[in-house]
Design a protein around this ligand. Structure first.
Ligand code: NAP
Length: 244
């Protein structure tokens, strides 16, 4: 059984670790961060070259688990199409979103989040990754923004914005101290779910900050979805040919 895990998340690394002694695991990373946490087993890095490239790559695999980040929708859509066309079984492993809080303001896009943040305060903390950071500039150029990223954003950021570089997981004490140190009054985040980045939500609640949450884009396919690595392991085992 040759399994391809589309990764870039903690869950993808956990899944590789749980399966590496059972099947031939290859994890695929986009290559976005300079020093990625590497999963065990084989690793390939970089895009496949759209649907045609992924279809070609699928000749080497018997099944695929899409364990990319819930906001990595381009990769997920390509996987859906390529696996359908190549008749390769596909499972999506997606951590659930955070349980909604009545005080949080939900929006659908980074642009809407930027406007909502400007309405919610003057010292926003943007915890949204680096790829879409530039979309926040028009609405928040006058604000004292704190943005946290793993690697530097490709686009130039306003001089007076503070960009800090770090990688989770984070602690409640650390997040509380960060929000206090920068006198943050509004937090902007994606609905990433999971525990790695949850402490900032807890700290924001304690400090009574406004919170803006970017909703996950809806999936429009019927790929089976599981929410735990245990369920994904079971799916993989159930797709192994007899005797493996
Ligand atoms: P995306 O918009 O869905 O993907 C854009 C393109 O990047 C894909 O078409 C593919 O290129 C390549 N790609 C993405 N994930 C890949 C993977 N696992 N292996 C090989 N190629 C991949 O994805 P993204 O939002 O840029 O995210 C990139 C990676 O970062 C993902 O692995 C994701 O799990 C991780 N990540 C994303 C976020 C987020 O908020 N988006 C947060 C944390 C981690 P080709 O078309 O050339 O194949």
């Amino acid at each position: 059984m040759r399994l391809l895990i589309l990764g870039g998340t903690g869950e993808a690394r956990e899944l590789a670790a749980q399966l590496v002694d059972l099947v031939e695991v290859t994890s695929s990373l986009a290559g976005r961060v300079s020093q990625p946490g590497l999963p065990v087993g084989k690793v390939r890095i970089g895009g496949f070259g759209g649907i045609p490239g992924l279809r070609e790559a699928l000749q080497e695999y018997d099944a695929v688990v899409d364990a990319t980040h819930p906001f990595a929708r381009g990769m997920s859509a390509n996987a859906t199409t390529a696996c359908l066309l190549e008749d390769v079984p596909l499972l999506r492993l997606e951590r659930p979103g955070w349980p909604p809080h009545p005080a949080w303001r939900y929006v659908d896009t980074p642009e809407e989040a930027a406007i909502a943040a400007g309405q919610g305060g003057t010292r926003p903390f943007l915890s949204v990754g680096r790829q879409e950071l530039a979309l926040f500039i028009p609405a928040l150029s006058a604000c004292d923004v704190l943005a946290r990223v793993v690697d530097a954003p490709a686009d130039p950021m306003p001089q007076h914005w503070t960009i800090i570089h770090s990688r989770g997981p984070y602690t409640l004490d650390g997040e509380r101290a960060l929000l206090r140190r920068h006198s943050i009054d509004v937090l902007v985040t994606k609905d990433s779910g999971g525990s790695y980045t949850w402490p900032k939500m807890e700290a924001a609640r304690e400090l009574n900050l406004s919170v803006v949450v970017i909703r996950r884009p809806a999936h429009t396919d019927d790929v089976p979805v599981v929410h735990t690595t245990r369920a994904a392991v079971n799916w993989v085992i159930s797709h192994c040919p007899q005797g493996q």
